[in-house]
Design a protein around this ligand. Structure first.
Ligand code: ADP
Ligand code: MG
Length: 750
C-alpha cells in the first residue's frame, strides 16, 4: 500500500469504479449524496456499539435504560384506529426474548427482517412476565465482528444494507492509501494530535474508546481549522486592502493595545489591556469632544464601558479600518459607547451614522442621543468654517422613511454638505440619494437584524466619494457563546460589555404553570399598575404569518382588556399596524398614558421605558431563550424591582422545560447563550452567516471550545501576514477545494 492521496483530491474520485460498485448501487450512493470517496470518508459513525458492554435480555433490570443485542425472531404489523400502524418485533438472545413495539415507524418492518442482528437501546418494561421495549433506538449490526461496531446514520432515505456502508468505507480507506497530512508536523506534535491518516482509519474502526477520542479530536480540529484559516485570512486580507481614517481620539486610547501591524491582532478576542499607547494627537481641549462628553455624563461609565471605548479608540486611531463587533447584554450601556465612538469621528472632522433596525428604535435613539449631546459644540473651522468664530452646536438628525418632502431634501443636502455631524436612522439611510460629505464611522445597532449586504452597502456608498474607508462598529444585545462568536464573526474584532451599570435590581423571573399561579401574575401586575408602574404582555407566538400573528395579538388584547386587565388603560402593538399608529402607541406608552401594552415581539429590541416593571410572556415555551431574554430586558431598566412572568401551562418536552428553567435561573445573557447552545445544538444558532460552520460534521461549538481556540491560534500563526498562505501549499489547496466558489467570495466580503 504505497499509494498516497490527498484528502481533497478524493473529492474528484467518484465511488463507482474505485470501490467496485455495480452501476445500480453506484447510483444509490450518488443519489444519497456520496458523490466521491471524500464523501464516504467523511460520513462518520453516529454511534458505536460496544459489544463488551451489553446486557443479556434476561439480566436487564426493568425500568432502566439498557443496550441489548439480539436477533430478530419475528416481525408483524397491525393498524389501530384504521390509521396508525404498529410494528411488533420479537428480539431474542441466548438469555431470553423481548417484545419490541414501534409506533408510527412502518418502515421498521422492512428494516428488521427475521434473522437480522441488531442492537436496541431503550427502557425495559415489564408487562406481566414479559419484557418489552417501546420505540427504542435501533442499530443494525449485521454480521460484523469486532468489539466496537460503528453505527452509521441510517434512515429510510439510504437504502443501504447494514454492512454495505461499512464495506464501502473500508474499501475506500484501502484505495485511498496513505492520506497525506497538510498540517505541518511541528504544529501537529505540539498540539498532541494524531496524523490525518490514522484519524480517518480510527474514526471508522476504533479498537477502543480512546482511539475514537483521538480520531475525533483530530478531525474536529481540521474542520475548525479550515474555518478559522478562512476567517483569519479574510480579515488580514481586508486589512491589507483598505486604508482607514486615522481619527483623533485624544487621550482616550490609553487603554487597550496599540495595533502595530496590519495583521490586526490587537484586541481580537482579547480583553487584555496592556498599556503602551502613544497619547495625544494634538487636540485642543475644545476639540476633544469625547472627553467633554464623558465628563458631562450623568453617571460614571462602568469599567467595561471604558475598556471598550479604549479598544474602539485604538482601532479608530489606526490606519486600518475598524470592523468591530460589540456584544453587550441588554442594558449594559452600548449606546454611550457608540456615541463616544461617533464623537471620535466628529472631532476629527468626519460624520457618523447610527443605523437601527426599526423606526421605533431609531426615534428613541435620536431623542436619547440628542439629550446626551445637548450643549456640546464642535470646532467649526476644522473643516467647513471659513470664519474666525470657530464654534457651532453639534448637529444630530434623524432619517427614516417618515422624513419626506422638503424636510428630507434639506436633510440630504445637509448630509452631503457636512452640516450634520451624526445621523440616526433606519434602512432609509441606505436608500438612493443619501450621501455624506465625509463619512468616518458607521454604527449598526442590533446587527442581527441587518444582513451582511446592507452593512457593506453603507460602507461602499461612501467609498465612492472618499478614498479612506469609514470605520464600522456593529452592536448586538444577543449574547452568543464565545465559540459561536469566533466562528460566525471570526473576521471581526470583538469587544464585550460584560458588566451592567451599578444600582440595577435584578429582575425576578417566575414560571406560572397553572391557573392559580396565573392569577398571582395578574394580581402582581395590578398592584404595580396601581403603584403607577407599567407592564407589557407579550402575545403567544404564532408562526404562520404576520397577518395571523396580528389577528392573534388582537384577540389576546380584546380578551385581556375585557377580563384580567379590565379598568386599566391598555394598548395594542403589532407589526401589521401602520407605522404612524405604532409610533402613537409607543409614544402613549412612553408618556405613561397607557398602563399595559399588549404586544407581539415587535417590542423585543431596544425599547426603553424605565417605568415599566412587569413583563408577562404568554405561552412562553414557544419562544427561544434569546427571545425571552430580550423581552425580559424591556423591564428592569429603572431602579425599581421588576418582574418577568413566563406563562406556560402546557406539557413540555425536555428542551422546552430546559429553556424556561434556564430563564428562571439566570438573567446573565452569556450564561443563557451557553445553555441555549447546549440545548439546541449549533444548527439553529448560526443562521445566514453560517455557510462555513454549517459544514461542521464532527466538531461541536458547544463541546469543542478548547479545540476551537487552538485552531484559531494555529490559523493566526499559519496566516501571519500572508492571507494567501503561500508557504503552506497543501493547506492552501485544501482551502480552495473546501470553499470553492461562492463560499470563498462570501467570506471575503462583509
Ligand atoms: P443597551 O446596551 O441595552 O443599548 P443602553 O445604552 O440603552 O443599553 O443603556 C441602558 C440604560 O443604562 C440607559 O438608561 C443608560 O442611560 C443607562 N446607563 C448606561 N451606562 C450607564 C452607567 N455607566 N451608569 C449608569 N447608567 C448607565
Ligand atoms: Mg441599545
Amino acid at each position: 500500500m504505497n499509494r498516497r492521496s490527498n484528502l481533497f483530491g478524493l473529492k474528484s474520485v467518484p465511488p463507482a469504479s474505485a470501490i467496485g460498485l455495480s452501476p445500480a448501487r453506484s447510483k444509490a450512493f450518488v443519489d444519497s449524496g456520496f458523490e466521491s470517496l471524500y464523501d464516504l470518508l467523511n460520513f462518520f459513525p453516529r454511534r458505536y456499539v460496544d459489544r463488551r458492554n451489553h446486557m443479556g435480555i434476561w439480566e436487564a433490570q426493568p425500568g432502566t435504560d439498557v443496550l441489548v443485542i439480539g436477533t430478530v425472531r419475528s416481525v408483524s404489523s397491525r393498524f389501530v384506529k384504521g390509521r396508525r400502524e404498529i410494528v411488533q418485533v420479537v428480539l431474542g438472545d441466548e438469555t431470553g426474548s423481548l417484545d419490541v413495539t414501534f409506533f408510527n415507524q412502518a418502515w421498521r418492518k422492512r428494516q428488521l427482517q427475521p434473522g437480522i442482528e441488531c442492537a436496541l437501546f431503550g427502557r425495559i418494561e415489564l408487562f406481566g412476565r414479559k419484557r418489552q421495549m417501546v420505540n427504542p433506538l435501533v442499530d443494525l449490526i449485521g454480521d460484523r465482528t469486532g468489539r466496537i461496531v460503528p453505527i452509521y446514520p441510517q434512515s429510510e432515505k439510504y437504502h443501504f444494507k447494514p454492512n454495505e456502508m461499512v464495506k464501502a468505507i473500508a474499501t475506500t480507506l484501502k484505495e485511498a492509501g496513505w492520506i497525506a497530512d497538510p498540517l505541518p508536523d511541528a504544529f501537529r506534535r505540539s498540539l498532541g494530535l494524531i496524523d490525518r491518516d490514522s484519524a480517518y482509519r480510527l474514526i471508522h474502526a476504533p479498537g477502543d474508546p480512546e482511539d475514537y477520542a483521538r480520531a475525533r479530536e483530530r478531525l474536529a480540529f481540521d474542520e475548525l481549522l479550515r474555518i478559522q484559516l478562512q476567517l483569519v485570512a479574510a480579515k488580514v486580507h481586508k486589512e491589507q486592502q483598505a486604508r482607514g481614517i486615522r481619527h483623533s481620539v485624544g487621550s482616550l486610547a490609553s487603554r487597550g493595545r496599540v495595533r502595530t501591524s496590519s495583521s490586526g491582532r490587537a484586541g481580537e478576542f482579547r480583553t487584555d489591556t496592556e498599556g503602551g499607547f502613544q497619547p495625544g494627537l494634538g487636540l485642543s481641549d475644545a476639540g476633544d469632544l469625547a472627553s467633554r462628553f464623558l465628563a458631562q455624563l450623568p453617571y460614571s461609565p462602568t469599567s467595561a464601558q471604558l475598556r471598550v471605548v479604549g479598544e474602539i479608540a485604538m482601532d479608530m486611531a489606526s490606519g486600518v479600518p475598524m470592523h468591530r463587533l460589540l456584544q453587550g447584554d441588554v442594558g449594559s450601556g452600548k449606546t454611550m459607547v457608540a456615541v463616544t465612538a461617533a464623537l471620535f469621528a466628529i472631532q476629527s472632522g468626519y460624520q457618523a451614522v447610527l443605523m437601527a433596525p426599526t423606526e421605533v428604535l431609531a426615534e428613541q435613539h435620536y431623542l436619547g442621543i440628542s439629550r446626551l449631546l445637548a450643549g456640546l459644540e464642535v470646532d467649526a473651522d476644522q473643516e467647513w468654517g471659513l470664519f474666525g468664530d470657530s464654534r457651532r452646536p453639534l448637529k444630530v438628525d434623524l432619517l427614516t422613511n417618515k422624513v419626506t418632502g422638503t424636510r428630507r431634501k434639506s436633510l440630504l443636502a445637509e448630509l452631503s454638505a457636512g452640516g450634520v455631524d451624526l445621523v440616526v436612522g433606519t434602512h432609509a439611510l441606505l436608500s438612493e440619494g443619501v450621501e455624506f460629505a465625509r463619512l468616518g464611522l458607521v454604527v449598526v445597532d442590533e446587527q442581527h437584524r441587518f444582513g451582511v449586504e446592507q452593512r457593506s452597502l453603507l460602507r461602499e456608498r461612501s467609498r465612492e466619494r472618499q478614498e479612506l474607508e469609514p470605520d464600522v462598529l456593529v452592536m448586538t444585545a444577543t449574547p452568543i457563546p464565545r465559540t459561536a462568536a469566533m466562528t460566525i464573526f471570526g473576521d471581526l474584532d470583538y469587544s464585550v460589555l460584560d458588566e451592567l451599570p451599578p444600582g440595577r435590581t435584578p429582575i425576578r423571573t417566575r414560571w406560572a404553570r397553572n391557573e392559580e399561579e396565573i392569577d398571582k401574575v395578574y394580581a402582581r401586575l395590578e398592584r404595580e399598575v396601581a403603584a403607577g408602574r407599567q407592564a407589557y404582555v407579550v402575545c403567544p407566538l404564532v408562526e404562520e404569518s404576520e397577518k395571523i400573528q396580528a389577528a392573534s395579538a388582537t384577540a389576546t388584547y380584546e380578551e385581556l382588556a375585557a377580563t384580567r386587565l379590565a379598568g386599566m388603560r391598555v394598548g395594542l402593538l403589532h407589526g401589521q399596524m401602520p407605522t404612524s399608529e405604532k409610533a402613537q402607541v409607543m409614544e402613549a406608552f412612553r408618556h405613561d398614558d397607557l398602563d399595559v401594552l399588549v404586544s407581539t415581539t415587535v417590542i423585543e429590541v431596544g425599547v426603553d421605558v424605565p417605568n415599566a416593571t412587569v413583563m408577562v410572556i404568554l405561552d412562553a415555551a414557544r419562544f427561544g431563550i434569546a427571545q425571552i431574554h430580550q423581552l425580559r430586558g424591556r423591564v428592569g431598566r429603572g431602579a425599581a424591582q421588576s418582574y418577568c412572568y413566563l406563562v406556560e401551562t402546557g406539557e413540555l418536552d425536555s428542551g422546552g422545560e430546559g429553556r424556561l428553567q434556564a430563564c428562571v435561573e439566570s438573567t446573565d445573557g452569556f450564561y443563557l447563550a451557553e445553555r441555549d447552545l447546549e440545548l439546541r445544538g449549533e444548527g439553529t444558532l448560526l443562521g445566514a452567516r453560517q455557510k462555513g460552520a454549517s459544514d461542521l460534521r464532527i466538531a461541536s461549538l458547544a463541546k469543542d471550545r478548547r479545540i476551537l481556540e487552538s485552531a484559531r491560534e494555529v490559523a493566526r500563526a499559519l496566516v501571519g501576514d500572508d492571507p494567501f498562505l503561500s508557504a503552506f501549499e497543501d493547506l492552501r489547496s485544501e482551502l480552495d477545494g473546501f470553499a470553492a466558489g461562492e463560499d470563498a467570495e462570501y467570506l471575503f466580503r462583509s
